[in-house]
Design a binder for this molecule. Structure first.
Ligand code: HEC
Length: 186
C-alpha cells in the first residue's frame, strides 16, 4: 500500500508549496552518498596514477613504449640462429665481449674509456630502441671509430652480445663509468 505522507512534517516535508504542490525532502541513503564521494577519491587517485604522476611509467604513452621495447627485445633474444635461453645468451655475450675486442674501446666491463662510450649507464648515443645496439654492432659506427662486426660475428653472436649489453651491462652503473653520452632511456 502507498502511504500519503504529503502532510506529515516528520516525513520530510521541505515546506515548499507551489500551487498546492509540495516539495518533499527525501535525502538519498547515506551509503549511496558515501559511494558518490568514494568515486571522487577514486577519480583523484586514478588521475594521479595513470595520467599525472611524473614518470611513473603508467600512462598510456609510456606503456606503449614499454610494450614496443619488450617486443623488440624479444626479437633479439628469440632472433635468428638463437637456440639459447636469455640467461645463456648473457653468458655467451659476456664471453664474446671479452674475446672479440670490445673491451679495448669499451673497457673490461663496459664502463667505457677514452675511445668508446659507457655501455653500463642508461644513456644511448644511438637512441633508446634495443635494435640500435644490434645495428651498431653489425654495421659499426665507422665515422666515430667503431668498425662493423658483421663479417667477424654471426647474427646469433651479435644478438648474444646485444642481450649481454642490454640486460647485464645497461643500468649496472659501475663507479668507474665514463661520463654519460647521448639520450637517457628508461
Ligand atoms: C675501435 C674501438 C671500438 C671497438 C673495438 C668497439 N667499439 Fe663499440 N663503439 C666505439 C665508439 C667510438 C662508439 C661510439 C659511436 C658514436 O659516438 O656514435 C661505440 C658505440 C658502441 C655502441 C653504441 C653505444 C651508444 O651509446 O649508442 C655499442 C652497443 C657498442 N659500441 C658495442 C660494441 C661491441 C659489442 C663491440 C665488440 C664486438 C664494440 N662495440 C667494439 C668504439 C669501439
Amino acid at each position: 500500500m502507498i502511504e500519503d505522507n504529503t502532510d506529515n512534517k516528520d516525513n520530510h516535508d521541505a515546506e515548499h508549496e507551489y500551487d498546492g504542490i509540495k516539495e518533499l525532502n527525501n535525502p538519498s541513503p547515506i551509503w549511496i552518498i558515501m559511494l558518490f564521494f568514494i568515486t571522487f577519491g577514486f577519480a583523484g587517485i586514478y588521475a594521479v596514477k595513470y595520467f599525472g604522476h611524473p614518470d611513473n611509467g603508467m600512462d598510456q604513452d609510456s606503456e606503449y613504449l614499454t610494450a614496443v621495447k619488450e617486443q623488440k627485445m624479444s626479437m633479439i633474444t628469440g632472433g635468428k640462429g638463437s637456440t639459447l635461453t636469455e640467461a645463456q645468451m648473457k653468458v655467451a655475450g659476456g664471453k664474446l665481449f671479452q674475446e672479440k675486442g670490445c673491451v679495448a674501446c669499451h673497457g673490461g666491463h663496459g664502463e667505457g674509456n677514452t675511445i668508446g662510450p659507457n655501455l653500463c649507464d642508461n644513456y644511448w648515443i644511438s637512441g633508446c630502441s634495443p635494435e640500435n645496439v644490434v645495428l651498431t654492432i653489425r654495421e659499426g659506427r665507422p665515422e666515430k671509430g667503431m668498425a662493423p662486426f658483421k663479417n667477424s660475428l654471426s647474427e646469433a653472436q651479435i644478438n648474444q652480445l646485444s642481450v649481454y649489453i642490454l640486460k647485464s651491462l645497461q643500468g649496472s652503473n659501475p663507479p668507474d663509468g665514463k661520463t654519460a653520452q647521448g639520450e637517457l632511456c628508461k
